[in-house]
Design a protein around this ligand. Structure first.
Ligand SMILES: [Zn+2]
Length: 53
C-alpha cells in the first residue's frame, strides 16, 4: 500500500510513501504549508488516499 497526502487547495501531492506515521513530520518540515500553493495545511485541509497495489 502507498499513502498519498494531497493538498485540498491545489491537489499537489505533499507526501507519497509507505509510512503513514511520517505524514505529520512531512508537514512540519514544510513549515506546515503546501510547497506548491503555500496554503497552511491543517488536518482538515488535506486528504490522505490509500492506494492498494
Ligand atoms: Zn496546495
Amino acid at each position: 500500500m502507498t499513502f498519498e497526502v494531497i493538498c485540498e487547495n491545489c491537489g499537489h501531492i505533499i507526501y507519497q510513501g509507505m509510512e503513514l506515521k511520517y505524514v505529520n513530520d512531512v508537514i512540519k518540515s514544510n513549515s506546515g504549508k503546501c510547497e506548491n500553493c503555500n496554503k497552511v495545511l491543517l488536518k482538515k485541509n488535506f486528504r490522505i488516499e490509500i492506494i492498494k497495489k
